[in-house]
Ligand binder design. Structure first.
Ligand code: CTP
Ligand code: MG
Length: 238
């Protein structure tokens, strides 16, 4: 079986504040996207990496990939992304060549995922799972809320799910290719959205299995996350 990774990297990074698109921001001098590509290509099972770039940044991303040392056993492709993460992943899936049977989807915004996590996801798909998510227990108690009836009033808590049963899911998420492509097509036709790829497969009624996630696979979302990411890189080099 052949394995490819789609890396959605076309977001603006609004929550990170003003600046370049998030995936192109530097972490210890190297663009976040390059860290993410290296993290995925570090797995010997990965034969192809498809980077989904900002629509106006395809040439720049191609140059970045050319200018940084990457494993030669892996092929790299760059395609233009869309207005939502879901659309960007869909555009990445459309670029996959024949012969790929296992697909991982990995956020460029999770640049520090360890290769052991990547391998664990791939192995679970090769062992027969159609969808795999790396996940961690949550530290905070999570509440479901609803908006206030009157604008300006505080929102109201409606439920507190049992924390021990909750998991925070990360990427890479791994899939049987046909299952993921089918899920994307079905959800798009229904005009629905999902915040992760496995969520679409769930809606098809297909089983999604969990493997252990990793603290270093956290998503760089807000400015404090950049501080943490650079500290993790500094610790790795020490
Ligand atoms: N992404 C994408 N295309 C979009 C939006 C997001 O490819 N239209 C990608 C991002 O580049 C990122 C991943 O999806 O690698 C996860 O999204 P998120 O962390 O939300 O990144 P952004 O959307 O860039 O950030 P923000 O929501 O703060 O603007
Ligand atoms: Mg976003």
């Amino acid at each position: 079986s052949r394995t490819a990774v789609v890396i959605p990297a076309a977001g603006r990074g609004v929550r990170l504040g003003p600046g370049a698109p998030k995936a192109l921001r530097a972490l210890n001098g190297t663009p976040m996207l390059i860290h993410a590509v290296r993290a995925m290509a570090a797995s010997r099972a990965v034969q192809l990496v498809v980077v989904v770039a900002p629509a106006d940044g395809v040439a720049e991303v191609k140059h970045l990939l050319d200018d940084h040392a990457l494993p030669e056993r892996t092929d790299y492709l760059v395609v233009a992304g869309g207005d939502t993460r879901q659309e960007s992943v869909h555009l990445g899936l459309k670029a996959l060549p024949d012969g790929i049977t296992t697909v991982l989807v990995h956020d460029a915004a999770r640049p520090l995922v360890p290769v052991d996590t990547v391998d664990a996801v791939i192995e679970a798909v090769r062992d027969g799972a159609v969808a795999v998510v790396p996940a961690l227990p949550v530290a905070d108690t999570v509440k479901e809320v609803e908006p206030a009836g009157t604008p300006g009033d505080p929102e109201q808590v409606v439920a507190t799910p049992v924390r021990a049963r909750l998991r925070a899911v990360q990427t890479p998420q791994g899939f049987d290719r046909d299952t993921l492509v089918n899920a994307h097509a079905t959800i798009a036709l229904a005009g629905e959205g999902a915040t992760d790829d496995a969520g679409m497969v769930e809606r098809l009624g297909a089983p999604v299995v969990v493997v252990p996630g990793h603290e270093e696979a956290f998503k760089v979302t807000r400015p404090l996350d950049l501080v943490l990411a650079e500290a993790v890189l500094a610790r790795r080099r020490a």
